[in-house]
Design a protein around this ligand. Sequence first.
Ligand code: ADP
Ligand code: MG
Length: 340
Amino acid sequence: MARFVRRLGSALLVLIVFLTGCVAAPTAQERQFTAMDTFMYLTAYGPQAREALALAEEDILFLDDLLDVTQESSQVYALNHRTASTLSLSPELTALLEQALLLANQTGGAFDPTVYPLVQAWGFTTDTYQVPTQQTLQALLPLADHTALTLTDNTLTLPEGVQLDFGGIAKGWAGDRAVQLLRGCGVTSAIVRLGGNIHTVGTKPDGSAWRVGIEDPDTGNTLAAVSVTDRAVVTSGSYQRFFTRDGQHYHHILDPDTGRPADNGLTSVTIVGDCGARCDALSTALFVMGQERSADFWRAHRDFEAVFIRTDGSVAITAGLKDSFTLMDGYTARPVEVLE
Ligand code: ADP
Ligand code: MG
Protein backbone atom coordinates (compact mmCIF):
# COMPACT_ATOMS: atom_id res chain seq x y z
CA MET A 1 0.00 0.00 0.00
CA ALA A 2 2.80 2.37 1.02
CA ARG A 3 4.59 1.56 -2.23
CA PHE A 4 1.39 2.24 -4.20
CA VAL A 5 0.94 5.60 -2.45
CA ARG A 6 4.61 6.46 -3.16
CA ARG A 7 4.18 5.54 -6.82
CA LEU A 8 0.93 7.50 -7.01
CA GLY A 9 2.75 10.41 -5.35
CA SER A 10 5.56 10.43 -7.90
CA ALA A 11 3.07 10.04 -10.77
CA LEU A 12 1.17 13.06 -9.47
CA LEU A 13 4.41 14.99 -9.14
CA VAL A 14 5.30 14.18 -12.75
CA LEU A 15 1.81 15.24 -13.82
CA ILE A 16 2.05 18.54 -11.92
CA VAL A 17 5.50 19.27 -13.37
CA PHE A 18 4.18 18.40 -16.83
CA LEU A 19 1.11 20.63 -16.42
CA THR A 20 3.07 23.55 -15.03
CA GLY A 21 5.49 23.12 -17.90
CA CYS A 22 2.56 23.37 -20.28
CA VAL A 23 0.95 26.48 -18.82
CA ALA A 24 4.05 28.40 -17.77
CA ALA A 25 4.02 31.77 -19.56
CA PRO A 26 6.90 32.17 -22.01
CA THR A 27 9.41 34.67 -20.72
CA ALA A 28 9.20 38.18 -22.10
CA GLN A 29 12.08 39.53 -24.14
CA GLU A 30 12.43 43.31 -24.10
CA ARG A 31 14.35 46.04 -25.87
CA GLN A 32 14.32 49.71 -24.94
CA PHE A 33 16.00 52.47 -26.88
CA THR A 34 15.57 56.00 -28.13
CA ALA A 35 14.87 56.69 -31.81
CA MET A 36 12.75 59.09 -33.87
CA ASP A 37 13.01 61.56 -31.03
CA THR A 38 11.08 59.33 -28.66
CA PHE A 39 11.30 56.35 -26.34
CA MET A 40 10.81 52.91 -27.90
CA TYR A 41 9.85 49.90 -25.83
CA LEU A 42 9.48 46.50 -27.55
CA THR A 43 8.25 43.33 -25.81
CA ALA A 44 7.84 39.93 -27.44
CA TYR A 45 7.24 36.38 -26.22
CA GLY A 46 8.31 32.94 -27.41
CA PRO A 47 11.52 31.25 -28.51
CA GLN A 48 12.04 33.54 -31.53
CA ALA A 49 11.47 36.74 -29.57
CA ARG A 50 15.04 37.76 -28.81
CA GLU A 51 16.34 37.55 -32.37
CA ALA A 52 13.15 39.07 -33.81
CA LEU A 53 13.38 42.10 -31.49
CA ALA A 54 17.01 42.67 -32.48
CA LEU A 55 15.94 42.79 -36.14
CA ALA A 56 13.04 45.13 -35.36
CA GLU A 57 15.32 47.52 -33.46
CA GLU A 58 17.83 47.50 -36.30
CA ASP A 59 15.07 48.36 -38.78
CA ILE A 60 13.71 51.22 -36.65
CA LEU A 61 17.22 52.70 -36.33
CA PHE A 62 17.68 52.34 -40.10
CA LEU A 63 14.41 54.20 -40.73
CA ASP A 64 15.38 56.90 -38.23
CA ASP A 65 18.63 57.46 -40.18
CA LEU A 66 16.64 57.65 -43.40
CA LEU A 67 13.95 60.06 -42.22
CA ASP A 68 15.50 62.39 -39.63
CA VAL A 69 14.90 65.91 -40.97
CA THR A 70 17.66 67.33 -38.78
CA GLN A 71 20.42 64.81 -39.67
CA GLU A 72 22.59 65.91 -42.58
CA SER A 73 23.22 62.27 -43.48
CA SER A 74 19.52 61.37 -43.85
CA GLN A 75 17.80 60.94 -47.19
CA VAL A 76 15.02 63.33 -46.22
CA TYR A 77 17.58 65.99 -45.28
CA ALA A 78 19.24 65.56 -48.69
CA LEU A 79 15.82 65.84 -50.32
CA ASN A 80 14.95 68.99 -48.39
CA HIS A 81 18.31 70.56 -49.30
CA ARG A 82 18.29 69.42 -52.93
CA THR A 83 19.76 71.32 -55.84
CA ALA A 84 17.65 69.60 -58.53
CA SER A 85 13.85 69.52 -58.78
CA THR A 86 13.71 65.83 -59.75
CA LEU A 87 15.09 63.10 -57.50
CA SER A 88 15.32 59.32 -57.34
CA LEU A 89 14.09 57.94 -54.03
CA SER A 90 15.09 54.73 -52.27
CA PRO A 91 12.48 51.94 -52.25
CA GLU A 92 11.69 52.65 -48.58
CA LEU A 93 11.18 56.38 -49.06
CA THR A 94 9.10 55.74 -52.19
CA ALA A 95 6.80 53.37 -50.28
CA LEU A 96 6.42 55.79 -47.37
CA LEU A 97 5.79 58.80 -49.58
CA GLU A 98 3.17 56.85 -51.55
CA GLN A 99 1.28 56.13 -48.33
CA ALA A 100 1.71 59.69 -47.08
CA LEU A 101 0.36 61.17 -50.33
CA LEU A 102 -2.59 58.79 -50.31
CA LEU A 103 -3.49 59.90 -46.79
CA ALA A 104 -2.94 63.55 -47.65
CA ASN A 105 -5.41 63.16 -50.52
CA GLN A 106 -7.95 61.27 -48.44
CA THR A 107 -7.86 63.79 -45.60
CA GLY A 108 -8.04 66.80 -47.92
CA GLY A 109 -4.58 67.86 -46.76
CA ALA A 110 -5.36 67.86 -43.00
CA PHE A 111 -2.43 65.46 -42.90
CA ASP A 112 0.19 66.89 -45.23
CA PRO A 113 3.83 65.71 -45.40
CA THR A 114 4.83 69.04 -46.99
CA VAL A 115 4.13 70.90 -43.74
CA TYR A 116 7.85 71.05 -42.88
CA PRO A 117 8.57 74.74 -43.65
CA LEU A 118 5.79 75.63 -41.19
CA VAL A 119 6.99 73.14 -38.55
CA GLN A 120 10.44 74.69 -38.86
CA ALA A 121 9.10 78.23 -38.53
CA TRP A 122 7.73 77.29 -35.09
CA GLY A 123 11.03 75.59 -34.20
CA PHE A 124 9.44 72.23 -33.41
CA THR A 125 12.10 70.08 -35.06
CA THR A 126 15.03 71.86 -33.44
CA ASP A 127 13.44 72.67 -30.05
CA THR A 128 14.15 76.38 -30.67
CA TYR A 129 10.57 77.43 -30.18
CA GLN A 130 9.29 80.76 -31.48
CA VAL A 131 5.97 82.27 -32.57
CA PRO A 132 6.28 83.21 -36.25
CA THR A 133 4.68 86.43 -37.44
CA GLN A 134 1.51 86.26 -39.53
CA GLN A 135 3.59 87.61 -42.43
CA THR A 136 6.06 84.72 -42.14
CA LEU A 137 3.22 82.19 -42.03
CA GLN A 138 1.51 83.75 -45.06
CA ALA A 139 4.74 83.48 -47.02
CA LEU A 140 5.22 79.80 -46.08
CA LEU A 141 1.61 78.58 -46.46
CA PRO A 142 1.79 78.06 -50.27
CA LEU A 143 4.71 75.65 -49.70
CA ALA A 144 2.53 73.30 -47.64
CA ASP A 145 0.83 71.67 -50.59
CA HIS A 146 1.07 67.94 -51.24
CA THR A 147 -0.64 68.37 -54.62
CA ALA A 148 2.52 70.09 -55.89
CA LEU A 149 4.42 66.77 -55.68
CA THR A 150 4.63 64.30 -58.54
CA LEU A 151 5.77 60.78 -57.71
CA THR A 152 6.14 58.41 -60.67
CA ASP A 153 7.63 55.07 -59.64
CA ASN A 154 10.60 56.23 -57.56
CA THR A 155 11.02 59.59 -59.28
CA LEU A 156 9.88 62.60 -57.28
CA THR A 157 9.45 66.07 -58.74
CA LEU A 158 8.75 68.97 -56.42
CA PRO A 159 8.79 72.77 -56.65
CA GLU A 160 11.49 74.90 -55.09
CA GLY A 161 11.02 75.49 -51.38
CA VAL A 162 8.72 72.50 -50.79
CA GLN A 163 10.11 70.34 -47.98
CA LEU A 164 8.97 67.05 -46.49
CA ASP A 165 8.46 65.92 -42.90
CA PHE A 166 7.28 62.40 -42.08
CA GLY A 167 6.94 63.12 -38.35
CA GLY A 168 3.18 62.54 -38.52
CA ILE A 169 3.40 59.04 -40.05
CA ALA A 170 6.94 57.66 -39.55
CA LYS A 171 6.40 55.93 -36.20
CA GLY A 172 3.23 54.23 -37.42
CA TRP A 173 5.05 53.05 -40.52
CA ALA A 174 8.04 51.87 -38.50
CA GLY A 175 5.63 50.00 -36.21
CA ASP A 176 4.04 48.22 -39.18
CA ARG A 177 7.46 47.10 -40.36
CA ALA A 178 8.46 45.99 -36.85
CA VAL A 179 5.27 43.92 -36.55
CA GLN A 180 5.90 42.40 -39.98
CA LEU A 181 9.46 41.46 -38.98
CA LEU A 182 8.31 39.93 -35.69
CA ARG A 183 5.62 37.88 -37.43
CA GLY A 184 8.10 36.82 -40.11
CA CYS A 185 10.28 35.39 -37.35
CA GLY A 186 7.35 33.39 -35.99
CA VAL A 187 6.45 35.67 -33.06
CA THR A 188 2.73 35.43 -32.25
CA SER A 189 2.57 37.62 -29.12
CA ALA A 190 4.20 41.05 -28.87
CA ILE A 191 3.59 44.71 -28.06
CA VAL A 192 5.64 47.45 -29.68
CA ARG A 193 5.50 50.93 -28.18
CA LEU A 194 7.01 53.68 -30.30
CA GLY A 195 6.21 56.86 -28.37
CA GLY A 196 2.46 57.36 -28.68
CA ASN A 197 2.18 54.54 -31.23
CA ILE A 198 1.29 51.10 -29.87
CA HIS A 199 1.27 48.04 -32.12
CA THR A 200 0.10 44.64 -30.89
CA VAL A 201 0.80 41.22 -32.34
CA GLY A 202 -1.79 38.54 -31.52
CA THR A 203 -2.94 38.31 -27.92
CA LYS A 204 -1.08 38.36 -24.63
CA PRO A 205 0.68 35.02 -23.99
CA ASP A 206 -2.26 33.92 -21.80
CA GLY A 207 -4.65 34.36 -24.74
CA SER A 208 -6.35 37.52 -23.44
CA ALA A 209 -6.53 40.80 -25.37
CA TRP A 210 -3.95 43.54 -24.86
CA ARG A 211 -5.26 46.51 -22.90
CA VAL A 212 -3.79 49.72 -24.22
CA GLY A 213 -4.07 52.79 -22.01
CA ILE A 214 -5.16 56.24 -23.21
CA GLU A 215 -3.61 59.11 -21.32
CA ASP A 216 -5.40 61.93 -19.55
CA PRO A 217 -3.86 64.89 -21.42
CA ASP A 218 -4.08 67.04 -18.26
CA THR A 219 -2.33 64.74 -15.78
CA GLY A 220 -0.59 61.96 -17.72
CA ASN A 221 -2.60 59.35 -15.75
CA THR A 222 -4.36 56.57 -17.62
CA LEU A 223 -7.89 57.78 -18.31
CA ALA A 224 -9.20 54.82 -20.30
CA ALA A 225 -8.15 51.60 -21.99
CA VAL A 226 -9.06 49.80 -25.20
CA SER A 227 -8.81 46.01 -25.52
CA VAL A 228 -7.24 44.97 -28.80
CA THR A 229 -5.58 42.09 -30.61
CA ASP A 230 -3.53 42.55 -33.79
CA ARG A 231 -4.18 46.28 -33.88
CA ALA A 232 -2.35 49.59 -33.84
CA VAL A 233 -3.46 52.19 -31.28
CA VAL A 234 -2.05 55.62 -32.08
CA THR A 235 -2.52 58.88 -30.19
CA SER A 236 -1.80 62.45 -31.26
CA GLY A 237 -2.29 65.22 -28.76
CA SER A 238 -1.62 68.86 -28.10
CA TYR A 239 0.10 67.91 -24.83
CA GLN A 240 2.85 65.80 -26.41
CA ARG A 241 5.12 68.57 -27.71
CA PHE A 242 4.44 72.19 -26.98
CA PHE A 243 5.77 75.45 -25.60
CA THR A 244 4.19 78.36 -23.78
CA ARG A 245 4.66 82.05 -24.70
CA ASP A 246 2.85 84.93 -23.02
CA GLY A 247 0.47 82.49 -21.39
CA GLN A 248 -0.42 80.88 -24.75
CA HIS A 249 -0.01 77.14 -25.38
CA TYR A 250 1.48 76.32 -28.80
CA HIS A 251 1.65 72.65 -29.83
CA HIS A 252 3.22 70.69 -32.69
CA ILE A 253 0.19 69.60 -34.75
CA LEU A 254 -0.26 72.31 -37.33
CA ASP A 255 -3.30 73.07 -39.43
CA PRO A 256 -1.81 73.26 -42.97
CA ASP A 257 -4.56 75.75 -43.91
CA THR A 258 -3.54 78.33 -41.31
CA GLY A 259 0.02 77.35 -40.44
CA ARG A 260 -0.96 77.51 -36.77
CA PRO A 261 -1.39 74.80 -34.12
CA ALA A 262 -4.78 73.17 -34.77
CA ASP A 263 -7.37 74.49 -32.35
CA ASN A 264 -10.62 72.63 -32.81
CA GLY A 265 -11.71 71.75 -29.29
CA LEU A 266 -9.64 68.55 -28.94
CA THR A 267 -6.69 67.67 -26.72
CA SER A 268 -6.12 64.20 -28.11
CA VAL A 269 -7.23 61.79 -30.81
CA THR A 270 -6.56 58.05 -30.63
CA ILE A 271 -7.00 55.86 -33.71
CA VAL A 272 -7.42 52.08 -33.54
CA GLY A 273 -6.93 50.12 -36.76
CA ASP A 274 -5.05 47.52 -38.76
CA CYS A 275 -2.44 49.70 -40.41
CA GLY A 276 -0.12 51.68 -38.13
CA ALA A 277 0.93 54.18 -40.80
CA ARG A 278 -2.70 54.95 -41.60
CA CYS A 279 -3.58 55.23 -37.90
CA ASP A 280 -0.63 57.57 -37.32
CA ALA A 281 -1.47 59.87 -40.23
CA LEU A 282 -5.16 59.81 -39.26
CA SER A 283 -4.46 60.66 -35.61
CA THR A 284 -2.71 63.81 -36.85
CA ALA A 285 -5.35 64.55 -39.52
CA LEU A 286 -8.39 64.05 -37.27
CA PHE A 287 -6.78 66.23 -34.62
CA VAL A 288 -6.58 68.95 -37.27
CA MET A 289 -10.14 68.35 -38.53
CA GLY A 290 -11.83 68.53 -35.11
CA GLN A 291 -14.48 66.10 -33.93
CA GLU A 292 -17.34 66.98 -36.25
CA ARG A 293 -15.42 66.69 -39.53
CA SER A 294 -13.62 63.64 -38.12
CA ALA A 295 -16.90 61.88 -37.38
CA ASP A 296 -18.00 62.46 -40.99
CA PHE A 297 -14.65 61.10 -42.18
CA TRP A 298 -15.10 58.01 -39.98
CA ARG A 299 -18.63 57.43 -41.30
CA ALA A 300 -17.33 57.61 -44.86
CA HIS A 301 -14.51 55.07 -44.23
CA ARG A 302 -15.31 52.90 -41.17
CA ASP A 303 -12.01 51.02 -41.45
CA PHE A 304 -10.77 52.41 -38.13
CA GLU A 305 -12.16 53.51 -34.76
CA ALA A 306 -11.36 56.66 -32.78
CA VAL A 307 -11.36 58.12 -29.27
CA PHE A 308 -11.58 61.91 -28.95
CA ILE A 309 -10.73 63.74 -25.75
CA ARG A 310 -12.13 67.25 -25.85
CA THR A 311 -10.69 70.35 -24.24
CA ASP A 312 -13.49 70.23 -21.62
CA GLY A 313 -12.33 66.71 -20.63
CA SER A 314 -15.34 64.90 -22.09
CA VAL A 315 -14.80 61.87 -24.31
CA ALA A 316 -16.31 60.66 -27.59
CA ILE A 317 -15.76 57.22 -29.10
CA THR A 318 -16.83 55.72 -32.41
CA ALA A 319 -19.43 52.97 -32.20
CA GLY A 320 -17.03 50.09 -32.95
CA LEU A 321 -15.27 50.68 -29.62
CA LYS A 322 -18.41 50.34 -27.47
CA ASP A 323 -17.42 46.91 -26.15
CA SER A 324 -13.66 47.36 -25.94
CA PHE A 325 -13.39 50.85 -24.36
CA THR A 326 -13.37 51.22 -20.56
CA LEU A 327 -12.82 54.23 -18.31
CA MET A 328 -10.24 53.62 -15.58
CA ASP A 329 -10.78 54.03 -11.83
CA GLY A 330 -11.06 57.69 -10.97
CA TYR A 331 -12.51 58.50 -14.41
CA THR A 332 -15.74 56.51 -14.40
CA ALA A 333 -17.81 59.70 -14.07
CA ARG A 334 -16.44 61.12 -17.35
CA PRO A 335 -19.19 61.63 -19.92
CA VAL A 336 -18.58 59.40 -22.96
CA GLU A 337 -20.51 60.09 -26.15
CA VAL A 338 -20.80 57.22 -28.62
CA LEU A 339 -20.71 58.40 -32.22
CA GLU A 340 -22.89 56.31 -34.53
P1 ADP B 1 3.80 62.59 -32.55
O1 ADP B 1 4.91 62.71 -33.53
O2 ADP B 1 3.98 63.36 -31.31
O3 ADP B 1 3.38 61.17 -32.33
P2 ADP B 1 1.90 63.21 -34.61
O4 ADP B 1 1.85 61.84 -35.17
O5 ADP B 1 0.59 63.91 -34.53
O6 ADP B 1 2.53 63.28 -33.19
O7 ADP B 1 2.88 64.03 -35.55
C1 ADP B 1 3.18 65.35 -35.31
C2 ADP B 1 4.39 65.70 -36.12
O8 ADP B 1 4.06 65.64 -37.52
C3 ADP B 1 4.87 67.10 -35.88
O9 ADP B 1 5.90 67.12 -34.93
C4 ADP B 1 5.34 67.55 -37.25
O10 ADP B 1 6.65 67.08 -37.47
C5 ADP B 1 4.41 66.83 -38.18
N1 ADP B 1 3.15 67.54 -38.45
C6 ADP B 1 2.57 68.57 -37.78
N2 ADP B 1 1.39 68.92 -38.32
C7 ADP B 1 1.20 68.08 -39.37
C8 ADP B 1 0.17 67.92 -40.34
N3 ADP B 1 -0.93 68.67 -40.33
N4 ADP B 1 0.34 66.95 -41.28
C9 ADP B 1 1.43 66.15 -41.30
N5 ADP B 1 2.43 66.24 -40.42
C10 ADP B 1 2.33 67.19 -39.46
MG1 MG C 1 0.43 61.01 -36.47
